[in-house]
Design a protein. Sequence first.
Length: 213
Amino acid sequence: MIRARSPQQKQERLMEIMTITDEMFSTTSYHEITLTTIAKALGWSRGNLYKYVNTKEEIFLELYLVKQAAFMAELQQSCSLISCPSKTLAYKISQCFDHHRAYLRYHNILSSIIETNVTVEKLAKFKKQSYAQRQYFFDLLTLHCPSLSPKEIKQLFLTFLYQGCGLDNHTHVTSALQEAMALAQLEFTLDDFSELFADFITMCLEHYPQSSK
């Protein structure tokens, strides 16, 4: 493999790395993915991979930003900064999360795994980018819940995010689970992610006084 020299070539190599890692994460557990397996999937040597990343966590940080950006872009298209009933806003937010379940799966391992093996400098850069991406959601919640402080707005956002992660796990059913439930002779029903999440978001939003605007 010819080593990338220009910034554009390096970015193209990084995108190759991210694409193959994302594909692997959609079918493989995080712990089964290593720099060795990533390099093998790319047809590279591990040494070549080290020219672009030092740890697999660096790759996952970049992928997290890509997933979050895609989610926020749809949120901005779906939810305008205009006051609306809680149920309406909750449904739109829930739908956006449902369309971006991969974002939830990346967030589910963000603080406990992904952020644990990168340099402080890379983590600081990531945090700055991540918070900037979330600003539209913060603005949306501030409009709807004007009584909340900026800190409380961020906490409400994280409440939604972690509830979404839990519901994604709850409604992500594998064939093995279905077989196990049948073998155990237990009733099995597949709950609807979007409906459950919309109910939860509505409950949270209605807890606070709405904007009079």
